[in-house]
Design a protein around this ligand. Structure first.
Ligand code: TEU
Ligand code: CA
Length: 595
């Protein structure tokens, strides 16, 4: 300090100013770093998925709605997310909670009106939040005008909007349905003396994409929504839209894996290229495919050279820990972290070469990530929720974060079949029952794996029904809303909610966590998932202890020092002389690594 007193004050100020500017410049430089090829908003965005049915009910009918979303726009803004994915809000009889659409260009009665939609879209855009909608075009509802007309007569102009097998040709070749009690993908229709195809429920007839007239109907509908200013689409079961209309027997190489067979139709990519040429290429929008199958198949959707879609999500990660050939049968040994690390590393490297990936652990088809991948016991609920959030928000892929996971919501684990709503679960329950299967085992498995676990209403506060509704909720609310809710967690600086906001900020202020290269550290460690992210000389080390016990990570690379950026415990891990990090149960930390 002695030296400083000799230097005139203005020099000190000037030096300080220059240092600040340089530091700020380097950050601005980094943020605007042109060395990153092909920057896109949807690569840098954090997406937040909202299941409207369960988000917020504004009129006391027990069902979430658009006015409810409007009332919570500021909550969503404060999360720091950049975009939302809305599950279907179109007219629907709700056999599959909106994935059976009876009018693509009107709003589901329970959710409100088109005027509500317009107000919501403006509300999001005023807050600089983009909105992508769910495009469900592999099938529509059996209540759709097209199907109601088609099933009246083979001469209807809509008959060939669907796939029919004429009864005079005998029983159609086997196709399975995911949502049918007899798993039968064909249903006989008397008026036309023919069978129609449905990969999902009988109330969800598959659309005939082989018919160019139908395809133009879909493109017209897409323009309707894009011209209203939405920012893109999540494409439901899009991999299934092309069918081999000779309906051959299941080729042996699929040995019973119907989802992979369905996802490999002969003209699938021709149709998506046509969709891009005729619609998507004319708008600045983001698209994400719900894809199926291998890396090679999924990459086709997002390889920029193909001019199809922008992003894709796969299922390989979320199917880990289930036993094969039985509906969502949980492996009593749980999942293997080494397999988990391998899968997510494989998909990272796949998407690093071509296209761009997504990362998710929860959505409306999944149980709560905390129960499935973390540990929802009172002792570990919060730290393991924060650890999973750190994983999702530090990987090289666009994060799709599921509403409620920021609170650490967990599975409700229904005991009674009558508490369930999901058509997929209920049809599988009936199949087990009809075969005299082990219903007790089935119900235990569903406590972990059922989709309804991820659909229980959002927990706003400690008032009745968690502040979700003043009526009777359409699906029971988890009784732990008394302590897992927005109001309590906003008031607690150490809550999972505030941790989520901090982690979102860390990701968005560091292009290295978005675009940086990815390399696993101590990759054979069976307890800890660790990796570095590097870009233009900046390097971060992400360390995730996936176990309910102390674990050790060997930091095998050279470094000068590690600056802690975020930690889900108050005290940082001990680093011993052997460069081993001693991690508490489910501890997750991110370090800025200096050379
Ligand atoms: O899910 C499609 C889907 O999950 C299938 O690809 C999956 O392999 C099948 O369900 C077997 O488990 C989408 C929606 O996300 C889902 O909510 C809908 O129920 C379904 O399509 C039908 O629209
Ligand atoms: Ca309502």
């Amino acid at each position: 300090m002695k030296i400083l007193t000799k230097v005139p004050k203005y020099i000190i100020l000037l030096t300080f100013f220059i240092m600040q500017t340089q530091q700020a410049d380097s950050q601005v430089m980094m943020q605007n770093d042109q060395s990153i090829p092909d920057r896109k908003w949807w690569k840098e965005a954090v997406f937040y998925q909202i299941y409207p049915r369960s988000f917020k009910d504004s009129n006391g009918d027990g069902v979430g709605d658009i006015k409810g979303i409007i009332s919570k726009l500021d909550y969503i803004k404060k999360l720091g997310v950049d975009a939302v994915w809305l599950n279907p809000i179109y007219a629907s009889p709700n056999y599959d909670n909106g994935y059976d659409i009876s009018d693509y260009q009107s709003i589901m009665t329970e959710f409100g009106t088109m005027d509500d939609f317009n107000k919501m879209l403006k509300g999001f855009h005023d807050r600089k939040i983009k909105v992508i909608m769910d495009l469900v075009v592999n099938h529509c509802s059996s209540n759709h005008k097209w199907f109601k007309e088609a099933r009246k007569s083979r001469s209807s102009k809509y008959y060939n909007y669907f796939h029919w097998w004429p009864a005079e040709n005998g029983v159609p070749p086997k196709r399975i349905s995911f949502f049918d009690e007899n798993a039968n993908g064909w249903k006989y229709n008397k008026e036309t003396n023919s069978y129609y195809l449905h990969y999902f429920a009988a109330q969800q007839p598959d659309l005939n994409w082989e018919n160019p007239v139908l395809r133009q109907e879909i493109y017209k509908m897409m323009r309707f929504w894009l011209d209203k200013g939405i920012d893109g689409f999540r494409m439901d079961a899009i991999a299934f839209i092309s069918k081999d209309i000779k309906f051959p027997l299941l080729p042996p190489e699929y040995n019973g894996n119907w989802a992979h067979y369905y996802a490999n139709g002969p003209f699938l990519h021709d149709y998506i290229k046509e969709m891009n040429t005729e619609v998507l290429s004319k708008y600045d929008v983001a698209t994400v495919a719900e894809a199926e199958g291998s890396v090679e198949k999924v990459i086709k959707f997002v390889d920029p050279a193909n001019h199809e879609l922008n992003m894709a999500y796969h299922f390989e990660g979320v199917e880990l820990g289930y036993l094969p050939n039985v509906y969502k049968r949980v492996d009593p040994n749980g999942y293997n972290l080494l397999e988990f690390k391998h899968i997510y590393s494989k998909w990272d490297s796949a998407f690093s070469v071509k296209g761009w990936g997504t990362i998710y652990l929860g959505n409306h088809d999944q149980p709560r990530m905390l129960t499935r991948w973390g540990n929802d016991t009172p002792e570990f609920r919060e730290v393991s929720s924060k650890m999973l959030t750190t994983f999702i928000l530090s990987m090289r892929a666009t994060p799709y974060y599921y509403f409620g996971d920021e609170l650490g919501m967990n599975n409700i684990k229904f005991d009674k079949i009558d508490d369930y709503n999901d058509i997929e679960l209920l049809t599988n329950y009936m199949q087990v029952k009809q075969k005299g299967g082990d219903l007790k085992r089935f119900m235990e498995d569903m406590k972990i794996s059922s989709r309804d676990n991820g659909r229980t209403p959002f927990q706003w506060n400690t008032s009745e029904n968690a502040g979700f509704t003043t009526g009777t909720p359409w699906l029971k609310i988890n009784p732990n809303y008394k302590y897992i809710n927005v109001e309590s967690e906003e008031a607690d600086s150490n809550s999972t909610l505030n941790y989520f906001k901090k982690m979102v900020g860390l990701r968005k202020n560091n292009l290295t966590l978005i675009y940086g290269s990815y390399h696993m550290v101590d990759e054979n460690n069976p307890d800890v998932y660790a990796y570095t992210r590097e870009l233009n000389g900046n390097r971060y080390l992400v360390v995730l202890n996936f176990k309910p016990r102390v674990s050790i990570l060997t930091v095998s690379f050279k470094y000068d020092h590690l600056d802690l950026e975020i930690n889900n415990y108050p005290d940082k891990p001990r680093l011993n002389d052997e460069h081993e990090l001693i991690l508490k149960p489910y501890q997750s930390v991110i370090y800025k690594v200096s050379k």
